[in-house]
Design a protein around this ligand. Sequence first.
Ligand SMILES: NC(=O)c1ccc[n+]([C@@H]2O[C@H](COP(=O)([O-])OP(=O)(O)OC[C@H]3O[C@@H](n4cnc5c(N)ncnc54)[C@H](O)[C@@H]3O)[C@@H](O)[C@H]2O)c1
Length: 352
Amino acid sequence: MTSTPAPAAPPAPFDLCERPAPVRAFLPDLINRVLAARINPGRVFDLELPLGQVAEGFQAMDERRVIQGPAATLAHRAARHTAPGWYPHQRGDWNPPMNPQYNFEGQVALVTGAASGMGLAAARAFAQAGAAVVLTDLNKDAVQNAAKDLTDAGHQAIGVVCDVTDEDQAAAMVGSAVDTYGRLDMAFNNAGIQAPPSDAADESAEEFDRVNAVNLRGVWAAQKHELRQMRTQGSGAIVNCSSLGGLVGLPERAAYHASKHGVIGLTKSAAVEYAPKGIRINAICPGVIDTPMVSDMLEGQADAMAEILKQQPIGRLGQAEEVAEAVLWLCSPGAGFVVGVALPVDGGFTAH
Ligand SMILES: NC(=O)c1ccc[n+]([C@@H]2O[C@H](COP(=O)([O-])OP(=O)(O)OC[C@H]3O[C@@H](n4cnc5c(N)ncnc54)[C@H](O)[C@@H]3O)[C@@H](O)[C@H]2O)c1
């Protein structure tokens, strides 16, 4: 009796971000064809590599022979490796610390939504610049793991569970920072959620409330309790996370954009109130940044990535680390005369 061999396991998805591999040699053409929409951006791209044509040394570098994924995502990631000068931190030949002028030794930074995306990048950047960091997030495991990664690397950090929609939790989060490190010097109020696109005439009140509860009320609650601590110190810097959605309108985005416009109003009013008390408050307005929020939003939207790339004057998406750079600058003495701004970090999107 012969037994049928088990089918081969499907190849693991190939992540070009993680592994700059020789396959990139095949991809510049893919980028152009996706951008020119000759390949449907949402099509799952499944390429058996003709490794026979590749130099032997290349084969030794990577034994995987299949790449898979939505064509637009692959093209975008390939662009990082094929366009000279883009994303130098991913070429592996670049020393990644933040701007070495920043020295936040002896200072305490708090970041909301620190388990992922821009919040995580900012928390890491603050830690690399010497600050003790309070990472807070709804996601308990992720925020505690992120804090542990930082302490394992020799930084000072704690992970605190906090749902910013609950003002008591926001107060407790600031309390944890002060109990642990004795003060609070900088805060990045970043936690936010996306809203699914909706005709403005059909959006439910529940969805409007859900988005505004996190994106606007959450920033309000965090800022309120941070200010209570900072005003006792007579110093501090707060950066609130708005969005390009705080600066412009877009179809089917009314609730999200309302929340992000609200963040700018909150920021400006508190900024003029607290500037005389030694506390600077500003907002950042990220454009389209390559974070889990954006990949989740684009999932299942076949043409969306190629369309979004076409709209970016800079020709690519932003990186979470580039937003973190702006946050650290706004918190630094270098931005000592910058108060109440809504700073676009958007590759030129709002300059249109
Ligand atoms: N990614 C973009 O293109 C983009 C563009 C403009 C603005 N933004 C804004 O930037 C911020 C961060 O976005 P991201 O792309 O890094 O997203 P992300 O989804 O990667 O991270 C958001 C984090 O916030 C946390 N969070 C969600 N609800 C929370 C709550 N109620 N309390 C505490 N934490 C909560 C999540 O658990 C997650 O860790 C958000 O405010 C978002 O609206 C994002």
